[in-house]
Ligand binder design. Structure first.
Ligand code: DGJ
Length: 730
């Protein structure tokens, strides 16, 4: 009798809990956005809302659970399952697909539990799902950052089946939209053509943006996108979602418009050649997908991401940055100890913080005098630099600049001692002719021994030379000859384990050398994602430093990354433009130089030195301020961008005339982000010696209201002409 009574109570509690859970609402909210999930009567989890913040908490219970079992079978009534599995009732692209150890290819996930807790800057929600028929579990993670209005989400998959299962889809998350029109902006790329923005309307079916390049993964497309809801994305108005994946390898964004006109967005590791064998109890963690939703266009969305990145993701996001003189464009491989000592003096004369020694300083048996040999042999080339790194450090110290060093530790030239010693460390097909990209091959980072070697390259430089103050980490080749000698019959894991191998190395580097700033470079900007940027303070946007091209490239990257993370150098690309124009373009990001001062005339040198002083004085504003993109280079012959500090007491405006037409009608530049009631003094800076500023920018005073509504006549009809205007509240 007693047992019956207890069973009855347990049954009642269980039924109540199930009934409660069957309506359970999970709100993932920021100050501006709500993502609302709900458990339906069938016990599965659905997205019921994603959009502007809902003001009345009570109405969270009003959502109509989509699923009405046995009724209408159209997609919308079956619901928007948060992490849809393959092989059962969903007809469209799944989030997860598994072949179980018995060969069954279906996955149906039931809601089990969820919890929320505070984390630095926000709230973390963890949701547990479980397959109804197999011991497979999925954990969905969401981190909401209320103030920055950013949500970061990822998933974890594990199982307790008796044998290995095969994962062949493993999305980070899945988001749904219901509307009449969707517009996608993608960021295509190539060497010297990074972050080119193109928009298109999404129609029925799938649009896929992906890469299969492995190491130099984002060479042809970057891991971010913008989505315009109902209208193409605009800078200051309209509902947009800007999303990006933190994965330094093959990624795939799927945008699928279904039969009912709904859109699902699936960010994921590209499953291409990557059927992943997951052992019992092994955890498969997907990359983070980071997104922000804005109803005020992409300008606000970008500012959300910039703030979030500086606060929580970017290495030393709240710290400062070093100006530098690099030698790659100036000397290429052709330098020696005394030339470098001279360049360090030039760095000092220019007023920058550091001299960055690029490619070509290593290799003895196979000297690195071109890109055909030496990669992998990380001992200093005695012939070029007999005193080694210590002498370089000394020369730098003598003239009061820091020293930075270039490395490319994931790669090897076949003409190297490393290749001779360890051919088994190289990704290469055993039975075919080898294909080279830039005469090099990729080391097998899935192999722990190779990870140790790569860590050792960095460790050795920094332990033996603790005064080396900066590293530039390059990666010039995609993975070719795709076969890992280490993974043997598990080749489906190569692309994924390669990236995980890099992260293991980078984590060790960051743990041991947390203070060392590092630049992420990949033959220009072919690596730029928020997982890598946990370990790097900045990235190299492009080898293309033609300032006109840079206006487009920097405009593109700024959609997702703050100026602080974007390295921009003044070089001699496009000598048809003035040194001032080139410097003003680089000054809107993290400023550096890569030219010989001997190529400059006296006025240009005086100008550059003053520009460094100005930039250093204003770098807090440029690197940490709110960025407003005012005039797009895609829309005409001009470009303008500005930065405003926290309390709106200081701003800086950059304006560029690209190739204006004769007698073109010029519109004033209307500023943004100022305080309407403050009065601001405007003063043109970065002027060439003996050139005085236009009278209208010589300490004139206007209200913020005037500057934002009427604007100022900063554009001209001059070709490749620029202005930098400092704006200071009285
Ligand atoms: C490609 C990079 O983008 C350049 O800046 C330079 O470091 C070269 N590699 C060196 O090989």
């Amino acid at each position: 009798m007693k047992r019956l009574f207890i069973s009855l109570i347990v049954f009642c509690i269980f039924t109540c809990l199930s009934a409660y859970d069957a309506k359970k609402i999970i709100r993932i909210g920021t100050d501006q956005t709500d993502l609302v999930l709900q458990v339906a009567p069938n016990g599965r989890l659905y997205q019921v809302y994603l959009g502007d913040k809902l003001l009345h908490d009570k109405e969270l219970n009003c959502f109509f659970p989509y699923v009405k079992s046995g009724s209408d079978k159209s997609v919308s009534t079956r619901g928007w399952e948060v992490y849809a599995g393959s092989g059962a009732e969903d007809f469209f692209e799944p989030a997860v697909a598994i072949t179980h150890s018995d060969g069954n290819p279906s996955t149906v996930l039931q809601y089990v539990s969820s919890e929320q807790k505070s984390i630095k800057g926000g709230i973390e929600t963890v949701i547990r799902l479980k397959d109804s028929e197999y011991p497979v579990e999925v954990m969905l993670y969401y981190r909401a950052y209320p103030k920055e209005n950013v949500i970061k989400t990822w998933s974890e998959i594990k199982h307790q089946e008796k044998k290995t299962i095969i994962l062949w889809r493993y999305a980070s998350t899945m988001l749904y939209f219901s509307g009449n029109n969707y517009y996608l902006t993608e960021f295509s790329s190539d060497w010297a053509k990074e972050a080119q923005m193109n928009s298109q309307q999404l129609q029925f079916g799938k649009k896929i943006i992906d890469t299969k390049l492995g190491s130099r993964a984002a060479m042809h497309v970057h891991p971010f996108f913008e989505l315009g809801l109902e209208q193409p994305v605009q800078e200051t108005q309209g509902r947009v979602l800007v999303g990006t994946m933190g994965w330094t390898g093959n990624f795939r964004f799927t945008f699928e418009v279904d039969n009912a006109g709904n859109l699902r967005v699936i960010p994921a590791i590209n499953p291409y050649a990557s059927h992943y064998e997951l052992r019992p109890n092994e955890l498969f963690v997907t990359p983070e997908f980071i997104f922000t939703y804005s109803n005020k266009g992409t300008g606000q969305a970008s500012r959300n991401l910039h703030d979030w990145a500086r606060n929580y993701q970017l290495k030393d996001g709240c710290g400062s940055r070093l100006t530098l003189l690099n030698n790659w464009e100036n000397t290429c491989f052709d330098f020696n100890e005394s030339l470098l000592a001279d360049l360090m003096k030039e760095a000092n004369h220019l007023g920058v913080d550091m001299f960055l020694l690029d490619d070509g300083w290593f290799g003895n048996k196979y000297p690195r005098n071109s890109d055909t040999a030496g990669l992998g042999d990380w001992e200093v080339m005695k012939k070029k630099l007999p005193g080694g790194i210590p002498t370089l450090v000394e020369s730098a110290k003598k003239v009061g600049v820091k020293l930075g060093i270039w490395i490319e530790p994931e790669m090897v030239n076949p003409k190297s001692e490393l290749f001779e010693k360890h051919p088994e460390w190289v990704i290469s097909l055993p039975n075919r002719k080898l294909y080279y990209y830039r005469n090099q091959l990729v080391l097998d980072l899935s192999n722990p021994k190779v990870q140790d070697f790569v860590f050792g390259v960095v460790d050795c430089i920094l332990t033996n030379n603790p005064e080396v103050a900066y590293l530039k980490w390059d990666c010039n080749s995609p993975i070719t000859n795709i076969y890992s000698p280490y993974l043997k019959n598990k080749q489906g894991q190569l692309y994924i384990d390669y990236v995980r191998g890099i992260y293991r190395v980078l984590k060790r580097v960051k743990e041991k050398y947390p203070e060392v700033p590092m630049m992420l470079c990949s033959g220009g900007g072919a690596r730029c994602d928020y997982e890598a940027l946990k370990y790097f303070t900045e990235f190299w946007c492009s080898d293309n430093t033609d300032p006109i091209e840079r206006l487009f490239i920097q405009w593109g990257f700024s959609q997702v990354f703050p100026a602080k993370a974007m390295a921009a150098h003044v070089t001699s690309w496009n000598k048809n433009t003035s040194v001032k124009f080139r410097t003003d373009v680089a000054s809107m990001c993290k400023l550096g130089f890569d030219l010989g001062l001997k190529d400059l005339n006296n006025d240009e040198l005086v100008f550059c030195r003053q520009a460094v002083v100005n930039w250093t004085r204003l770098k807090g504003l440029i690197l940490d301020g709110q960025q407003y993109r005012l005039v797009s280079p895609y829309e005409g012959n001009h470009m303008s961008v500005m930065y405003v500090n926290q309390d709106k007491s200081k701003a800086i405006l950059f304006t560029y005339d690209i190739n204006p037409r004769f007698a073109e009608k010029l519109l004033p530049v209307k500023l943004q982000g100022l305080d309407s009631f403050k009065r601001y003094k405007i003063k043109e800076i970065n002027l060439m010696p003996n050139v005085s500023s236009d009278l209208i920018f010589d300490n004139q005073i206007y209200s913020g209201d005037y500057l934002m509504k009427v604007g100022i006549d900063a554009f001209t009809t001059n070709r490749a002409f620029s202005r930098v205007i400092e704006i200071t509240a009285e």
